[in-house]
Design a protein around this ligand. Sequence first.
Ligand code: SF4
Ligand code: SF4
Length: 66
Amino acid sequence: MSKIKINTVRCKGCGYCVNDCPRKALSFSGNINDKGYDTVQVDDSLCVACGTCYRVCPDSVFEILE
Ligand code: SF4
Ligand code: SF4
């Protein structure tokens, strides 16, 4: 069950979320979005829905679901 939702269309591949996730749950997926950026993916088994990615992302990619 996903604890966060990732709107990859908005991702610019800056990596802030990947660097700041305290659980190392985020990584680049290799999936390139329409803007040409490598987008992020989450390992649901590691994510604890702390909200750090939501706070650091400059492009409102994340939604916390719980
Ligand atoms: S909610 Fe927290 S643990 Fe989950 S991916 Fe975002 S920063 Fe990582
Ligand atoms: S912080 Fe936002 S824009 Fe930057 S890589 Fe993460 S999801 Fe993409």
